[in-house]
Design a protein. Structure first.
Length: 593
């Protein structure tokens, strides 16, 4: 092994460790790997950032914009109406959700497809009196499986297709992935629907309503300011500040039969005021005694105290890499800047109650927010979160549904027939969506998952350095030395399993970038068809079902479904075994060795 090979191997190995560890965001890790490779002279300085103009990167950006356009237009909204009649039984309910998610994900970004269907799944679960935990994992897995069907369904497919073009064999076309991907997707959906869902732990199928999730009934109370109360004359903020670490929060006030939820921090308390207070029972009793406040009996549900004609509560989930991830409500100005109260947070199905202003949000957290009924959905979007309830604004663009769908179908058809390259077709489609205002210019950059773009732009030159230094060929020879006696079919299966395993613990795009050149070099060393090996990488990199960190969709459902880290493998492990059992024969049949 040469010095250059040792250095690039060390850089990639360190990057993989940090990808798996997850302490630093993967785009930063990829960028550090790129800069290290450039510093050691393994990548020419004039080629260092060429990856950001790579066709795979541009294609991913275009797909994300088109996906946002399809969601904005409501072009696929009417299809979700098919779920309602299918909710009579758990099996048909799961079949409808996961099947529609798979169909959407075949032609749009699967994270976008899940985000689109998540509110529908939550609402249909409530109507059917079925816990969301039994529906969301099949929904997530179905959307991931749907990404296998076409070239644009998932970033690994785009990366593998583009890599094939780079090595001189011409890129894979739009539906080259369909024979294997469709067979695996149908088998996976059948397994999930016909009994696999029963493997979801029952302990995470019990949530029935918002109050149960956050334990509102135990934490929201009503206190009256008596004539001799020490709270008279204090502002709401002063009273909250004086509670110290006890963390009582006043989320509403009733004065002369009028409910007030806005501008509370600066409101001075007076005799007779009714305070709607959120606190744990111990802290509440302590402050009640300290300020001589009086408990008031509550009729009906305590959660009704949080609402009025113009104020409501709404659930929202923190997606991966949201603006608020790692930040506190105070840091983002949730109450001061946005006028929204954080009532409660559920993390992996458990209510988080203490020191709400100091909590650092994590991906998968579900928040219960209180605010103006009209403004709250926009605030949720502004802080980069996803509402777990339907939004009426989509309806306002229904007149653009037909043009948006037509533009997308035209682009896919033109690319499939070879009239224009796929990357150009999708870029033209994205531009047309902006021109007709399906995606307003102000939303254009928000539609793009920039960390994934940086990851790809940085890792493409690093992967090129692996090849230019002969490292991929060396790795292929070493793998071959250990597995030569197994035969090419078994080695193909090993590539599929290794890629799938890596994807369970690190980003799927990074997995594809690293594994594509290794598998191609291995196939050439064996003297067999490299297409089968590249397709195995695309298949394995997309199938991350064992953990909530392997795929963004799994992270997104972590909180709403009430799952824990160890719940995923119960359904995911047999699903991955099935994918190997179905995918390997399909690969060697469609792409003979």
């Amino acid at each position: 092994m040469t010095v250059e090979q040792q250095i690039i191997s060390g850089i990639v190995a360190c990057a993989l460790v940090f990808f798996i560890h997850g302490r630093w965001r993967y785009d930063l890790v990829a960028l550090a790997a790129l800069l290290a490779a450039v510093s050691f002279g393994l990548i020419p300085i004039d080629e260092a950032f060429a990856g950001f103009g790579h066709p795979a990167v541009i294609t991913v950006i275009a797909v994300l914009i088109v996906s946002r356009a399809l969601a904005n237009s409501g072009a696929i909204e009417f299809i979700t109406g098919l779920i309602e009649p299918a909710t009579r039984t758990t099996t048909t309910h799961i079949a409808a959700l996961s099947g529609i998610a798979a169909a959407f994900s075949a032609f749009m970004n699967n994270v976008g497809a899940l985000a689109l269907l998540l509110p529908t799944a939550m609402q249909s679960a409530i109507k059917a009196k079925r816990p969301p935990g039994i529906l969301l994992m099949p929904l997530s897995f179905g959307s991931i499986l749907g990404g296998l069907i076409t070239l644009i369904g998932t970033p690994p497919n785009i990366i593998v297709a583009t890599y094939r073009g780079q090595v001189g064999d011409g890129p894979f076309e739009m539906f080259d992935f369909t024979p294997v991907g469709l067979a695996v997707a149908l088998a996976g959906l059948a397994f999930i629907t016909l009994g696999g869902w029963r493997l979801i732990p029952r302990s995470h199928k019990s949530r029935a309503n918002t109050a149960a999730l956050y334990e509102i009934e135990e934490y929201v109370s009503e206190l009256r300011v008596t004539e001799d109360s020490k709270a008279i004359g204090l502002t709401v903020r002063e009273l909250e500040d004086k509670s110290g670490d006890d963390g009582i929060r006043i989320v509403g006030l009733i004065r002369r039969e009028q409910r007030r939820f806005h501008g509370l921090p600066w409101l001075r308390l007076a005799e007779g005021d009714l305070l709607i207070v959120e606190a744990n029972p111990t802290a509440l009793e302590k402050q009640r005694k300290a300020y001589n406040l009086k408990f008031v009996g509550i009729e009906g549900s305590r959660s009704d105290l949080l609402k009025s004609d113009d104020v409501t509560v709404m659930e929202a989930v923190v997606p991966p890499r949201a603006k608020i991830e790692g930040r506190t409500p105070k840091e983002i100005g949730l109450r001061r800047k946005h006028g929204v109260n954080l009532i409660a947070v559920s993390r992996q199905g458990r209510p988080f109650r203490d020191k709400m202003d100091a909590i650092q949000f994590r991906a998968g957290d579900v928040m219960l927010l209180q605010g103006d009924a009209e403004a709250l959905p926009d605030v949720i979007t502004a802080i980069g979160c996803l509402p777990l309830a339907g939004r009426d604004w989509v309806l306002g663009k229904r007149h653009l549904a037909l043009p948006a769908a037509g533009i997308f179908i035209l682009a896919v058809t033109a690319a499939a027939l070879g009239f224009v390259p796929l990357v150009l077709a999708l870029c033209l489609a994205a531009g047309a969506m902006v021109m007709i205002n399906v995606v307003p210019p102000r939303e254009l950059y928000d539609a793009v998952d920039w960390p994934v773009v940086v990851l790809l732009g940085a890792m493409v030159p690093v992967a090129g350095a692996l090849e230019s230094t002969g490292t991929t060929e060396l790795l292929a020879e070493q793998i071959l030395a250990f597995s030569r006696d197994f035969g090419p079919v078994v080695i193909l299966g090993i590539i599929l399993v290794v890629t799938m395993t890596l994807s369970d613990i690190m980003n799927n795009a990074a997995t594809a970038v690293v594994m594509a050149p290794i598998s191609y070099g291995l196939a050439n060393s064996l003297g067999v068809n490299p297409d089968a090996f590249l397709m195995a990488v695309a298949l394995g990199a997309s199938c991350a079902f064992l953990t909530p960190i392997g795929h963004q969709n799994n992270t997104l459902i972590l909180g709403p479904g009430g799952y824990s880290f160890g719940d995923y493998w119960r359904l995911g492990l047999p699903l991955e075994l099935l994918i190997v059992a179905v995918g390997l024969p399909a690969l060697i049949t469609v792409w003979p060795l």
